[in-house]
Design a protein around this ligand. Structure first.
Ligand SMILES: [Zn+2]
Length: 257
């Protein structure tokens, strides 16, 4: 099993240390999950921090064998101000994880009932193009194309920074431009872009940095980031491949407003 760069106590110590550093901080939690910190407030996107799918699919044709050890137990993220979910698939709206975190949830309008059932928390339904404010973050749901129920991506503004999380999606132009970072899947199956398509999506939205996700979680549904990296190089698209539990930081050139 692969090891996160930071996990458990070491991961939480890094989250705590970031509080006294300027800017926006983002940690990859594995799969499409990220923790965002700005001015001491926290959002979690698409956290999957349990083994619920490994148990659920053990007796099936597609056992979900975990590839990377969990970054942190979800109950230790109780400081999160809110959880954002892009859609209701189990690796993006996990009951065990949501209940353990215990924070209010933001989810696509079409999944509100299910999100309430799974989280037991307050759920705010969102629609593409309607910006909401949560814990000092401005959150704009944007289109995503993924089989199943209502799915979205998110553009999250924190101070002067804008982060784009595509959610699970096949190739599309979400109409987003000029973001500091694009988090894009690269597994290339089950309704998701592959590495080169993910790189092109980041390039389309004019991301200053492309970061791949949705790999190294399950043995049956992963991909090497090599093809993503090769396409970024071909496009002249800056990129960074994170390890789980690793932090990215953006410090504003101008004062944060
Ligand atoms: Zn997924």
């Amino acid at each position: 099993m692969k090891e996160p760069l930071l996990a458990d106590d070491a991961f939480l110590a890094d989250v705590e240390a970031a509080r006294s550093e300027p800017g926006v901080h983002v940690w990859w939690l594995g799969q499409s999950g990220f923790l965002l910190q700005h001015q001491g407030r926290h959002l979690v996107i698409d956290p999957y921090l349990s083994d619920s799918l490994t148990r659920k699919y053990a007796p099936t044709e597609t056992p979900h064998v975990r590839l990377t050890r969990r970054v942190v137990a979800p109950e230790r993220l109780g400081f999160a101000d809110a959880v954002l979910s892009t859609h209701s698939h189990g690796d993006h709206l996990d009951e065990e994880t949501l209940r353990a975190i215990g924070a209010p949830v933001v989810a696509p309008a079409g999944t509100v009932e299910l999100a309430r059932e799974r989280s037991g928390a307050d759920v705010t339904g969102v629609t593409e193009g309607r910006v909401i404010e949560v814990a000092g973050f401005e959150i704009e749901p944007v289109p995503a194309v993924h089989p199943g129920d209502h799915c979205v991506g998110y553009v999250i503004a924190a101070g002067s920074h804008r982060l784009y999380h595509s959610g699970d999606t096949t190739p599309l132009d979400p109409g987003v431009r000029g973001v500091d970072v694009a988090f894009v899947p690269i597994n290339g199956r089950l309704g998701n872009v592959d590495g080169p398509e993910g790189a092109r999506l980041a390039h389309t939205v004019e991301a200053a940095l492309a970061v791949p996700c949705h790999f190294d979680m399950f043995e049956f549904n992963t991909a090497s980031p090599d093809a993503f990296v090769a396409e970024c190089v071909r496009l002249g698209q800056p990129y960074r491949v994170l390890r789980q539990g690793e932090r990215l930081q953006w410090v504003a050139a101008a004062p944060d407003s």
